[in-house]
Design a protein around this ligand. Structure first.
Ligand code: MEV
Length: 434
């Protein structure tokens, strides 16, 4: 076991790397080469990435792919996706193309409200706290005027502050539950700064005006944003579902709807079903410099809002019309954070024609719906492995360090053969032995 190290963050980048190499690596030269191989030769660009986080030693690449042909509210988009999973971009592109010929995606932002809370403990009586809150509420808002000025000028700001009695859940626990409109910013810094100001003012005012003791526990935004909602939908008459892979559209629609209903009623399936949706969502969220952990946490909480984890997508068949839709909470930003710093994020946003946060919510929801359509379509027709393994073929070939010639011969061979790990290994061996 290595010794603990103190003052690590104060070491230079090369000192950190040398410490790592000395402590953990038997082939130090190979490890040093690898770390350096992933550095950008443009020093300024590398420094920018170094400074995103602490203790950066190198870069960790993910592919940035694009899925073209997304028709959203009659406008065409090419959607950037940063993801490592081999089949995701191909599936998104396929779904986009499928719906391009059937009217495309229709989307709607339902609401854009963000939430933050000041959690505190108060040992006096609630009626007194309530009257105190009514008096203090305007002062809370006033105290944040320096922070909210610019946001208000653009039409956003604090929407409301409520006092919530949570003492049934935890003795003496209360909260300020505040709602915000943060426009094109994801708003985490804005909200947290407002909340910390509320907390300071609340504590100060409580000293003279309350008989009980009031202690602030913490002030933080919530990543659960059930009122920052977006909906995306596709629909077409059932016969129009007929395509290369769908020979019997009635049967397809029926099985597809059954699969969605299973995900609605069965949490084990719902988790995997929603994971497939998040394949599309996270990839766009990451490419556009947004916080995918925040989105994940909020989306899964929303999927459990009725007390049981359930599907984020839904399907109906009425009067011969197949309809498939998603409704999800998405707190996204297109200004601030990484959006103006990371060159590839700027590139991705420009590719999306510099969307507002509302536009991006709609694009991301569509990416999730498209991904789910592709997955459930495969699952209910050919099975998932056919497409997955086709895409995974390149990973296996790379694992065996196949040459370009070997790759092209084997890719040709597996156009007509089922891809399994064993079959590919056998084919490589055969090729090399002959
Ligand atoms: C794999 O990353 C995603 C799927 O499992 C999603 C699903 O089952 O719906 C294919």
């Amino acid at each position: 076991m290595p010794n603990a190290i103190s003052g690590f963050s104060k070491l230079s980048k090369s000192e950190k790397i040398e410490w790592l190499l000395d402590t953990y690596f038997s082939d130090k030269e190979a490890a040093r080469m690898l770390v350096k191989q992933y550095w950008n030769t443009d020093e300024k660009l590398q420094k920018l990435h170094d400074e995103f986080i602490e203790n950066t030693i190198t870069n960790y690449y993910l592919p940035l792919g694009v899925a073209p042909n997304f028709l959203i509210n009659n406008k065409l988009f090419t959607v950037p996706m940063a993801i490592e999973e081999s089949s995701v971009v191909a599936a998104a592109s396929k779904a986009a193309k499928f719906w391009l010929d059937r009217g495309g995606f229709k989307t709607e932002v339902i609401s854009t409200e963000k939430i933050g809370q000041v959690h505190f403990i108060y040992d006096g009586n609630f009626e007194e706290l309530q009257s105190f809150f009514e008096i203090v509420k305007p002062k809370l808002v006033l105290a944040t005027s320096g922070i909210t000025k610019n946001m208000e000028r653009r039409g956003g700001g604090i929407l409301d502050i409520e006092l919530r009695d949570k003492s049934q859940d935890l003795n003496h626990y209360y909260q300020l539950h505040a709602t915000f409109e943060t426009l094109d910013a994801m708003g985490a810094n804005f909200i947290n700064s407002c909340l910390e100001e509320f907390a300071k003012t609340l504590k100060n005012e409580a000293k003279d005006r309350l008989s009980g003791d009031l202690e602030i526990v913490m002030s933080i935004l919530s990543n659960y944003v059930p009122n920052c909602l977006v909906k995306a939908e596709v629909s077409c008459p059932i016969p129009e579902l007929k395509s290369k892979d769908i020979s019997n559209p009635e049967l397809f629609a029926k099985k597809f709807k059954q699969a969605i209903t299973i995900a609605e009623v069965e949490p084990y399936r719902a988790v995997t079903h929603n994971k497939g949706i998040m394949n599309g969502i996270d990839a766009v969220v990451l490419a556009t410099g947004n916080d995918f952990r925040a989105v994940e946490a909020g989306v899964h909480a929303y999927a459990s809002r009725h007390g049981k984890y359930s599907s984020l997508t839904h399907c109906s068949i009425e009067d011969g019309l197949f309809k498939f839709w998603i409704e999800i909470p998405l707190a996204l930003g297109t200004v601030g954070g990484l959006t103006s710093l990371h060159p590839l994020v700027k590139f991705s946003l420009e590719m999306l024609e510099n969307p507002s946060a509302r536009d991006l919510m709609q694009i991301v929801a569509v990416a999730g719906l498209a991904q789910n359509f592709a997955a459930v379509k495969s699952l209910t027709t050919t099975g998932i492995q056919e497409g997955h393994m086709k895409m995974h073929l390149m990973n296996i070939l790379n694992q065996f360090e196949a040459t370009p010639e070997e790759k092209s011969m084997l890719m040709e061979q597996f156009k007509t053969n089922i891809v399994t790990h064993n079959a590919v290994v056998e084919a490589i061996e055969n090729l090399r032995n002959n």
